[in-house]
Design a protein around this ligand. Structure first.
Ligand code: 13P
Length: 341
């Protein structure tokens, strides 16, 4: 193996080291505004820096968090004393990652479906991010379940873009996280979620193979197989865990370095319980861990927002607790009792 490939494997394995997962704080300008609006904080550059640096500087966070995914603005930000956020992460033992897609846009000719953009100029952007310290990257595709959708065209267009992105990342020495998110929105049942997730993952791994992407240096960020958020009779944790693991076993090659989940609108503890239930099922071909955004941040954000100066340590404590709980879930060692401690 060349040095570059060896380095990719090493980074990928570090991201899914036992008991560790990823903190997703890569909300785009629009999404972070929505999150800040919900807690009545103005989305200014200074507030975004204050909030995100507070999280990254949490003492001990690196024991449970292997890496954090940043947005373009964040990877360039510095604190008042001149320390960059990337340096804060390095001091805390947290690998810097970067969201490089340019968002999911309407897919022409297919009502209600999306394709993720951002391939043009990506080689040059990745080279710059590598200079800025990025060790891994993320690209999120969105698959929507609804009447007669997703279409084959939508799944294939997104799988193709994900594979092209992944190949460019590996060329730049950056580990790609490939994220084909099947949205939870809707009233679909568990079986529908299973079928759509399986078809999406099979298309993705076929494209990764076609584009010569090395799976040992690739992380899959998957959505769980879960009932739609408006479904009447939603499946419980055991069912979600079994269906998700079955689906992954059907579609994800064993060579893949690891699988991390997004939370996608699940409640904090629900996301932890689901991950824990999967890891309690026994040995898997790949580590199963987390890359949560909302399910790690929700309570931390609300606490910080109610008094950004006075509640800084309290908010850090809450983030550390959720990170620790999810770290335990990644080992299948979480319990309700741990949660209460
Ligand atoms: P959520 O866990 O809030 O779904 O965010 C994870 C993420 O990075 C989605 O791209």
């Amino acid at each position: 193996m060349t040095d570059r490939l060896e380095q990719l494997v090493e980074i990928a394995q570090a991201l899914v080291a036992p008991g560790k997962g990823i903190l997703a704080i890569d909300e785009s300008g629009g999404t972070i505004k929505k999150r800040f609006d919900s807690v009545k904080i103005e989305s200014t550059e200074a507030n975004r820096l204050d909030y995100r640096s507070m999280m990254l500087a949490t003492p001990g966070l690196g024991e449970h968090i292997s890496g954090a995914i940043l947005f373009d603005e964040t990877i360039r930000q510095k604190m008042a004393d001149g320390t960059s956020l990337v340096q804060v992460m390095e001091q805390g033992g947290i690998l810097p990652g970067i969201k490089v897609d340019r968002g999911a846009k309407a897919l022409a000719g297919f009502d209600g479906e999306k394709v993720t953009e951002g391939l043009d100029g990506l080689r040059e952007r990745l080279a710059e991010y590598a200079e800025l310290g990025a060790k891994f990257a993320k690209w999120r595709a969105v698959i929507t379940i609804g009447d007669d959708i997703p279409s084959r065209a939508c799944i294939d267009a997104n799988a193709h873009a994900l594979a092209r992105y992944a190949a460019l990342c590996q060329e730049a020495g950056i580990v790609p996280i490939v994220e084909p998110e099947v949205l939870m929105d809707g009233d679909h049942d568990l079986d529908t979620s299973f079928d759509v997730t399986e078809a999406t993952l099979k298309a993705l791994f076929s494209q990764l193979y076609e584009q010569n992407v090395m799976l040992e240096g690739t992380i899959l960020k998957a959505s769980m197989v879960i009932s739609g958020s408006d479904a009447g009779d939603r499946a419980g944790a055991e069912e979600v865990a079994e269906a998700t693991v079955d689906c992954l076993l059907n579609a994800v090659p064993a060579a893949t370095a690891g699988v991390v989940f997004l939370s996608g609108g699940q409640e904090d503890v629900e996301a932890t319980a689901h991950l824990d239930a999967m890891n309690k099922m026994g040995d898997m071909p790949w580590p199963l861990s987390f890359s949560y955004g909302r399910a790690l941040q929700a309570e931390c954000l609300a606490t910080w927002a109610s008094d950004p100066k006075g509640n800084r340590e309290k908010a850090q404590h809450i983030l550390l607790h959720r990170a620790r709980m999810n770290g335990l879930a990644a080992l299948g060692e979480w319990s309700e009792e741990e949660e209460k401690e």
